[in-house]
Structure formats: C-alpha cells, structure tokens
Ligand binder design. Structure first.
Ligand code: PNW
Length: 481
C-alpha cells in the first residue's frame, strides 16, 4: 500500500467540528465607525514605534463592511464551525451596559444569523486581547473591578446572542495577554512590569472568567443549553537533555507556568501549580521581595475558577526544548521565576515568525497531556496554524504540508490515544492584522490583498486542500438513506 500523508478522514468522529478562527481587532477595521470606542489595541497601534511599520487595525480586512465576503470564504471552505470574537468597545462603547451600541449589536446579529442560515455553528470569543481603552484607563486587567465589568459584558452577550450562540469562549489566551501585555510590553497595553503585574493580570482574568461561567450556569444554561470555556494557549515542551533530572524538572515547570497557570485552577487542583507557588516563593526570598504576594490567592468570597469550563479550548502553535536555569542568579521576571530556558531545536523548521517552530507532533503530545492531567475533558483545538512571511505564495505548499502533518497527528490523538477531540479550528480564515507584526505575517487560508481597496480574498492552495478534506469527511460520514 502506498504511504499517504493524508490522515484517514474516517478516523474523525462524524460530528467533528471543522473550523477556522478570526478575532475582531485583526479583521474588522471600522475602528471609529458608528459608536465604536477605541480598544487598547487602537491606542497601542496609534502610538508610534509599537507595531511593525506603525501599521494599525484601522481598516484590517474591513470585515465590518465586508462580512459578505468573509461568509463566501467560509462557504467555499465548507466549514462546519466559525470562531469569531466580539469587539467589546463596539458593543458597549463605555465598557459598561449603561450604553449599548445598536449598530454593533446589528452587525454581530447579522454575522450570527448568516452563519446559522448556512448551518455553520458560531463559536464566539468575548475578549480577544482588545480591552476597551476606557477600562484600561481605570486600571484594566490589573484592577480587581474588571471581573465584575467583564461579567456584566458577558451576561449582556449571553442575553443578546445566546439564543443562537451555543459555544462561548470568555477570554483568549490569558497567558499571552498577561505576558506580552504587562511583562514584556510587546502587546497592548505595552506595560513592562516584569515579575509582578503578569500574575495579577492572569489572576483577574481567571476571576473574570469564573464569574462569567457561573453567571451562564445560573441564569442561561438551562434555557440556552450552551457551553462556556476559556482559550488557553500552550507550547509542548521536552527536556533539552532527557537524562538530566534538572532539565526534566524544568520542563515540567515550563508547562506549569504556561498551561498549568490557568489549567490547574480550572481543571486540576483549583489552585496555581505547586511549582509556581514554590519557585515564586524562593525567588521572593532570594530577591528580598516583600511587597505582597505576587501570585495571588483565590478568595473564598467569590466564585472560584475550579470547574468553570464545559470543554477544554486549546490554542497550539509550537514546541520547545527546555534547559534548567534555576541556579542562575535570581531576576525579578516571569522567566526568572520559571527558572527554565526555552530553546528551539535546530532540526525544527521555523515558519514566518521567529517563535513558530513547526512541530505538529507536539500537538498530539499536548492533547494526550491534557487528557491525562485535566480529567479527560472534551477538547476543541481553537487555534493552530502556519505563517508565511515575505513574498506571497498562493501555492503555499509548506502550509499544506504543515496541515497534512497536523491532521495526521490529530487523528492519532483521537484514534490511538483516545483523546476526546471535538473539533479543530485553523488559524486563520484569512490573512489579517498579526498584532505587533502588522501585516508582514500571513496566517490565512485565504490571501488578502491589503494593497487593493477591495481587500480581495483569494483562496490559498491550503484552503483548497482543507475544503477537500472537509468534503471527504462529510461524504464518508453521511448517514445512509
Ligand atoms: C495567537 N507568541 O496569539 C492569537 O490568539 C491570535 O490572535 C494570533 O494571530 C495567533 O496566535 C498567531 O500569532 C499569539 O509570541 C501571539 O508566542 C503571540 C504568540 C503566540 C500566540
């Protein structure tokens, strides 16, 4: 039998979700159209020197005007699911439910209704990095009040759209939001407060998420019957030297500080990983840090994160080899606390962006790890993809290869490892505003011509292949008449 790179579509459950994902700020544009107020990403992009070539999401793919074009792309792929995010400051321009922007509500109503009319299931993320600037001005994710504000926003969305939206993600990637936004400052709001704010922000995101999940559970679940989770990103990691006990321990710490930081409170012990508590304690002593507990405690006076996810939403992009650095001089930073250095194996190809080493087998291993450590949850891969940089290649053979390899690994996770995988969302439906990298990095299944006023969408070869896979799967799982 000839060896085929293609995963057997028969190995995927008949109700498997084949999706693609986007995020509001990355595609919508219309940044000041109708009553929308700025988010932290508008402010960040408009301050010079923050983003590649000072590019902005002011227009992006102009999906606020061109939703019909996006829908055509979704239809051409034959997706069963589409993951989008809401712009909080488009729906609630002052961040609160005191004023609702009817144009924002109408826009998302149309998107959702069109999806449903085409039997495409929407999955909606309530906040994908773009916190309203008015809330940032009151402390943003660093302020304890944000949990209640987020909860009101979430309840407003459940009330307004929950009759049709049954899959909700509260917050996208708390790890990236906290670390790049408040530790390294590479993302909005561009705050550089190493070793302190990162944990506070992570904590407040967990508090906000927990409140929203509990609100859904108490007031909407019985009527609407949907599911709520939070999208956690994580690398897979292995020791640089598997025979070195320190590297092995550092690898576990690396995973604990990435995935475990949010997964343990929700799916595990209900608290942060022990390795986080102990490393931060050690560093505090060594650094003589006495200004409060850095890694906060979950209070008994409010909803706790434990059990607040109806499925596991995983964003996976890459893997690392890990070397122990815990004996190095202490440094007040997240990486210092972690006591681990992450290395890209030289044998791994690197895609468009420097951090994205292409390691499809890492996804299978991470899925198995989640199965084993998070009580075998239902899992959706809510993001996974491959970036291109430089000259556009519509015949994107490297991306095609990446997706083929990934589907192989995913099918093994389902079939051989017994992972309860419900679906897979490719990042992204189309090229878009790639945060600090602006438009220099392309992740799409559709190419977007950012130099043309029409922002024309053209299917990449990888999009054609994805459409063919989805069709084959649909054909082989069609109920016999
Ligand atoms: C995710 N990193 O973010 C986001 O959810 C998407 O909005 C984004 O476009 C996609 O991945 C591709 O980057 C990340 O630096 C941003 O490691 C940065 C990193 C990882 C994920």
């Amino acid at each position: 039998m000839a060896f085929s790179k293609n995963a057997r579509v028969e190995d995927f459950p008949s109700d498997f979700a084949w999706g693609a994902a986007t995020a509001a700020y990355q595609i919508e544009g219309g940044w000041d159209t109708d009553a929308r107020s700025p988010s932290i990403w508008d402010t960040f992009c408009h301050s010079k020197g923050s983003v590649y070539k000072d590019q902005t999401g002011d227009v992006a793919c102009n999906s606020y005007q061109l939703w019909d074009e996006d829908l055509k792309c979704i239809q051409k792929l034959g997706l069963t699911h589409y993951r989008l995010s809401f712009s909080w400051s488009r729906l609630l321009p002052d961040g609160t439910t005191r004023f609702v922007n009817p144009k924002g509500v109408a826009y998302y109503n149309k998107v959702i209704d069109d999806l449903i009319a085409n039997t495409i299931v929407p999955m909606v993320t309530l906040n994908h990095f773009d916190l309203p600037q008015v809330l940032e001005d009151c402390g943003g994710w660093k302020s304890p009040e944000i949990a209640e504000l987020f909860d009101s926003y979430a309840q407003f969305c459940f009330k307004t759209f929950g009759d049709r939206v049954k899959l909700w993600i509260t917050v996208n990637e708390p790890y990236i939001c906290a670390k790049l936004g408040y530790e390294t400052g590479l993302f909005a709001p561009g705050i550089k407060e190493p070793g302190t704010s990162v944990y506070l922000v992570g904590h407040n995101i967990l508090r906000a998420h927990a409140r929203a999940w509990h609100s859904y559970n108490a007031h909407f679940r019985s009527l609407q019957g949907g599911k709520v989770s939070i999208a956690l990103n994580s690398d897979w990691a292995e020791p640089l030297d598997p025979c070195c006990a320190e590297d092995v321990a550092a690898t576990q710490r690396y995973i604990d500080f990435n995935l475990g930081w949010f997964a343990c409170p929700i799916f595990g012990t209900g608290d942060y990983p022990k390795s986080m508590r102990s490393r931060i304690e050690i560093q505090n002593l060594e650094l003589g840090f006495t200004e409060g507990p850095r890694l906060p405690k979950f209070s008994d006076d409010e909803p706790k994160p434990f059990g607040t996810a109806d499925f596991f939403a995983l964003n996976y992009y890459t893997s690392r080899k890990v070397k122990d650095t815990s004996s190095r001089p202490s440094e007040l930073s997240f990486t210092g606390d972690q006591g681990a250095e992450a290395i890209i194996d030289p044998s791994w190809p690197v895609s468009g962006v420097s951090w994205l080493a292409v390691v499809p087998e890492g996804l299978r291993k991470l899925l198995k790890y989640i199965k084993d450590t998070c009580n075998n949850p239902a899992i959706y891969v809510t993001e996974n993809g491959f970036s291109q940089m430089g000259p556009v290649e519509l015949e994107d053979v490297d991306r095609c290869r990446f997706y083929q390899d990934t589907r192989q690994e995913v099918s093994k996770a389902i079939k051989d490892d017994g992972v309860n995988l419900k679906g897979y969302f490719s990042w992204s439906l189309m090229d878009n505003f790639e945060w600090a990298d602006g438009f220099s990095v392309r992740f799409g299944l559709f190419h977007v011509d950012f130099s043309s006023a029409e922002l024309k969408r053209t299917m990449y070869r990888s999009g054609r292949e994805y459409a063919a896979v989805i069709k084959r799967h649909r054909d082989c799982t069609k109920p016999a008449n």
